[in-house]
Ligand binder design. Sequence first.
Ligand SMILES: [Zn+2]
Length: 252
Amino acid sequence: MAVFPTGDEARAAGRDDTAGGRGAGGGGRGMPRVHTRRQWGAKPPRHRARVLDRAPDHIVVHHTATTNTKDYSKAQAYRLSRIVQRFHMRQLGWDDIGEQLTISRGGYVMEGRNRSLAAIRNGRHVVGAQTLGYNDSTIGIENEGNYSNAPVPVQLWASLVDTCVWLCYAYDLDPFQAIVGHRDFGSTECPGDVLYQRLPELRWVVARRLGVQGERVATPGHGDLHVPNQDSASRTVLRGVPDPPAQPDGMA
Ligand SMILES: [Zn+2]
């Protein structure tokens, strides 16, 4: 479910098997609240993004390597997206912001490259600029902050889990195979040692969320998860009735 929980709620969710609390029919696997380009004030892209008529095969977790701000507000989240877009377009000369999705330290999820939300809803892939050599087949999530040493804020973590559940469900991806760090695809420290070392946990939590409807999740590893994503009825429910947006204003 789309939540921007308090710290305690997020910690509880992180260790709780959510299957019991979420009904069948896509509950818990839907789209989290994603703030649109219009909301954060995106500049128009130089060119419309290219959309491929297929799903990506990996979800690449990044960190922005920017300051670990204590400003968890929506204003900071929107500012972050504008800063990243400006940097990618002006300094790097790209057509638009590189990543498809951005998550702030306060847990706000934002659309990145133009056409990304529509593409995800339709099971298609927007070609971004986030993982050199793999942009035709990977979708990237930029997480605000530098996680070489610092812990991941609980709000960011909760939204990263929600986002990965949503993407795995929308694209029929096995989280154990699909969720990777940027360094798995290139010579980079990204997403920092701390966040990278939490990727196994991320895969597990996402798998458990996807495992509602009584599907078995056995031991960690490839091939153990049966992702029940072939049910067209629940996919219709997923797309037709997204989780209600939560107002994050009460967040710490
Ligand atoms: Zn990266």
